[in-house]
Design a protein around this ligand. Structure first.
Ligand code: APR
Length: 239
């Protein structure tokens, strides 16, 4: 069985991480052009850095939920599987998804990288300093290792998604917890699901809903464990 799973902020909502466009979403309370663009960082790096520090702390205090755990369980039963997440949090990883089975297409909030040169590092521990750190190589400002509005997707990660999709259509494609705001999410879901099942898990309608073969208008932590049970039992009928 070949499976692609695409996730968004909705799968981390039940871990206490706000979504972006939901009721109390980040973009309902904050202006993304002041916090999540290269121009915003150039204008006020301290403001942007502090906002990401707060988000990192909230994520450190959070735990993977049943949705993250269900997807991790699926990876243990399937050879032909890829998770593509838009989430920059580490909850999928903490639930046990190996890095080689997951693509964080919008980056990782615990990676910081130089805003000028190629230097980057993994910074999980809380920042000692409030101030925006400087690059140890070129002294330019370090920035969060996430993809901001108006920026290109990371080339290597994009290649990994395309290589997986070039491997052929999937029996099952699951899209959970995303408004599918970006065209590439819709394209990948359609490319992967041609001739197979496209399951949308989302309490609300999205542009993908009318293209789905199955709609689950439920929270991901409820729906995903059930779907995964079904897929695993379909794969191992005698288990
Ligand atoms: N279970 C499943 N889905 C949920 C849940 C839940 N418990 N709670 C909310 N949702 C759904 C909402 O109905 C909404 O459709 O999750 C979706 C969250 O959508 P967004 O906030 O738009 O998040 P996402 O689609 O991941 O955003 C994409 O936009 O802001 C940028 O880079 C950021 O990666 C992000 C990208």
């Amino acid at each position: 069985m070949r499976v692609l799973v695409l996730t968004g902020a909705g799968v981390s909502a039940e871990s206490g991480i706000p979504t972006f466009r939901g009721k109390d979403g980040y973009w309902k309370n904050f202006d993304p052009t002041r916090l999540a663009t290269p121009e915003a960082f150039a204008r006020d790096p301290q403001l942007v850095w502090e906002w990401y520090s707060e988000r990192r702390q909230r994520i450190r205090n959070a735990r993977p939920n049943a949705a993250h755990e269900a997807v991790a369980r699926l990876t243990r039963h399937l050879g032909d599987f890829l998770l593509v997440t838009q989430n920059v949090d580490d909850l999928h990883a903490r639930a046990g998804i190996p890095a080689e089975r997951m693509v964080q297409i919008h980056g990782d909030i615990f990676v910081t990288r130089c805003s000028r040169c190629e230097f980057k590092r993994y910074d999980y521990e809380p920042e000692q300093e409030r101030a925006v750190p400087n690059c140890p190589d070129c002294h330019a400002l370090m920035r969060p290792g996430v993809v901001w509005f108006g920026e290109q997707l990371p080339w290597n990660e994009l290649k990994r998604v395309e290589n997986f999709l070039d491997g052929g259509a999937c029996d099952v494609t699951i899209v959970a917890g995303t408004t599918a705001t970006f065209g590439y999410i819709i394209d990948w879901a359609l490319q992967a699901s041609r001739g197979g099942e496209l399951i949308e898990v989302n309490p609300e309608e999205t542009p993908l809903s009318r293209l789905a073969t199955r709609l689950l208008r439920e929270p991901a932590a409820i729906a995903l464990p059930r779907i995964v049970d079904q897929l695993i039992s379909a794969r191992h009928p005698r288990l």
